[in-house]
Every structure is written in structure tokens, then in C-alpha cells.
Design a protein around this ligand. Sequence first.
Ligand SMILES: C[S@@+](CC[C@H](N)C(=O)[O-])C[C@H]1O[C@@H](n2cnc3c(N)ncnc32)[C@H](O)[C@@H]1O
Length: 267
Amino acid sequence: MKIDYKETTNDLLKRIDIHNKFGGRDIDQWMLELLNIEKGSKILDVGCGAGKQCFKYYDTLNGDCTITGGDVSEELLSQARSENEKRGSAITFTKLDFNKPFDFPDNSFDLESCCFAIYYAEDIPFTIREMHRVLKPGGRLFTSGPMPSNKKLFYDVIREATDNKPTPPMPGSSRYGSAILETMKASFSKVDVSIFENPLTFTEVQPFLDYTRASLSEDRKLWTSFFQGKDDFDQIMKAIQKVSEDWLARDGKLVMTKVVGGFLATK
Ligand SMILES: C[S@@+](CC[C@H](N)C(=O)[O-])C[C@H]1O[C@@H](n2cnc3c(N)ncnc32)[C@H](O)[C@@H]1O
């Protein structure tokens, strides 16, 4: 499956910021409790983006660990490297395309993570095989991604704003809890599944619109059936604004619940 997608630094950071400001729960805390990482661990974070999870691991272990963050986006890697320099932390950020063989020997890492990224893989079994190969025996792979019921409000508003125009399947919610989970189960000796629910509560429309804009532009190429004409994006955003204003006036708040799966596999 060829996926035409490119994350931009601004869109990714905008969504992370909105999760932090409007979410009731902390996803990193949830992940760290599940992982219970040990000092001295050798960790690889695949699809590390601007380094969010790498910095959490580093801070949790007070730097007593070896962390490599890999991503295909030079723009996000350079953002991660500047932050690394600013903090004086010793994380290695390197180019890694998970559609190609990983440039690491077999049995290298104690822990590997891939947060909100694995579903962009073109060939899931290939990527999971590579992830499995570079883990030490007994090592663990943690992935996170959206479950099918993720951010229902976002899709409900879009449907109402576009007179039920069919929304294209997103690689995350359409593949993460199904094909990806099944492939992990087939490759690893054990896979534990945890679900994280985080309601984002908006009492004004603007941050919800900012989130929607950042999500739709992130996945813009995946929404081709929605944005055929060159003005379509702005027109649909206007219709989304009208529906969200009406729903906010009716309900007093907009609640969009993130429903995330965390799959922890042991080699
Ligand atoms: C939603 S972001 C998540 C980033 C980070 N893990 C986080 O949670 O903040 C998805 C990431 O997957 C990366 N990605 C997409 N395709 C990739 C590929 N073929 N190889 C490696 N990374 C890829 C993107 O560049 C982006 O950084």
C-alpha cells in the first residue's frame, strides 16, 4: 500500500500542543507506566518525529540509557536535533525509512517504540519483521495508534458539514487495531493490548478548528476525494466552522475523545 503522506513540523506540533492544553490525561505518562523502562536500556524510537518520546525516555532515566530516534523527515529530525542540543541531552537522531531495511544489526535493542507512525508503512509485515529483527531476544516493541472510534466528533462534524460525503479511510484507524495488531501477534511471542481514552474538551471553537485544520492538512493527500477543486479546502473549513459553532451553542462544549491503542509485544 503506497501512502502519499508527509507530516509537517507545524501541523504535528500544533496537534501535540492542543492535546496538552485541552486533554484531561497525559498520554506520555500512560506510555511510561506501561513500559516501565529500565536504566541502561538501549532504545530505538522509529518515526520519532520531533523527538517527543525520545526526550521522555531520556528524562525518565536521567540520561542513563542509549537512545536513537529515527525518522524519514529531515525537517522533523532537524527540529529534534536542535531540541537535543538546547537540552544538552545525548540522543542520536538519524534518518530511517521504515519501508527499507533498518541499518542496525540483529538483536541490538532492549526496547523499540513506534508512536503514531507505523500505520504509514507501505508493507506492514516487512516493517514489523525489521522491528523484530533489531530487537534483542526478550526485547519489547511498543506501538501506539488510533483505534476505529478515535476522535468521533471530528468525523461527525465533517460529515454534517459536507452532507455526508464519504470520508476516505485513514491509514491509522482503518489498519492499526486490525492488520497491524494481527501482524504483531503473528510475529511476537506475546502482545498486550491497552486502550487510552483522552477527552479533549473545547469551550471555544477556535482550538477545535486549529486541530481540524492541522489534521486535515497533515493527511491532505489522503483526503483527495474531499479536496478536488483548489478552493475546496477553505470552503470545507468554513462549513466545519459553522457546524462546530452551532454544536457549541447547542451543547455548551465540544468533546473530542482520542481513543488510542498501545500494543506491547515481547520478542
Ligand atoms: C504523527 S507523526 C508521530 C511522530 C512522533 N512519534 C510523535 O508521536 O510525536 C508520524 C511520524 O512518522 C514519520 N514517518 C512517516 N513515514 C515514515 C517512514 N517511511 N519511515 C520513518 N518515519 C516515517 C513521519 O515523518 C512522522 O514523524
